[in-house]
Design a protein around this ligand. Structure first.
Ligand code: IDP
Ligand code: MG
Length: 147
């Protein structure tokens, strides 16, 4: 099925100069990039993006992480990938949420880490399913930014 998925290069990915590596890995999917920009993430946007995790003990740290407060890089790179099974293909290359459980050849397995505070710093976000993808794309992009 043709679908669209939101990909974020998180502040740790930017700080570690992984942008090129991550884009190269994602290009293996042969999907099409239909939107891309650098975003300064407000507290409100970070909280809305991760609203499903509001009850988690790591939520406040997670919001600071997405805002770049933990990496002196107060921005993320946001993109939309489009194509056949885009959501699943990007999730597969991104790897499991916990970087220690992620396949060692996945992006998160290669470049992620767990902080001493226990937060998973996993360098990329990728929408998990259709419903999330639709919600997240609306949250991060205006319709006229999608080409
Ligand atoms: P996902 O990013 O693979 O979709 P989610 O469960 O949506 O995983 O969690 C969002 C983000 O919150 C993760 O990417 C990771 O940075 C962080 N996170 C999720 N679960 C944990 C946890 O159990 N401990 C620490 N950080 C977590
Ligand atoms: Mg998720």
């Amino acid at each position: 099925m043709l679908n669209q998925t939101l990909v974020l290069i998180k502040p740790d990915g930017l700080k570690k100069s992984l942008t090129g590596n991550i884009l190269t890995r994602l290009s293996e999917t042969k999907l099409e990039i239909i939107a891309a920009k650098i975003v300064r993430v407000s507290k409100k946007l970070a909280e809305e993006h991760y609203m499903h995790l509001k009850q988690e003990p790591f939520f406040p740290e997670l919001v600071l992480y997405l805002q770049g407060e933990l990496h002196q890089r107060k921005k993320v790179m946001a993109m939309i990938y489009w194509g056949e099974d885009a959501i699943q293909k990007v999730r597969d290359i991104a790897g499991a949420t916990n970087p220690e459980e992620a396949s060692s050849v996945s992006i998160r397995g290669q470049y992620g880490r767990i902080t001493t505070k226990g937060l998973y710093e996993n360098v990329v976000h990728a929408s998990a399913n259709d419903i999330e993808a639709e919600r997240e794309i609306k949250l991060w992009f205006q319709p006229d930014e999608i080409i």
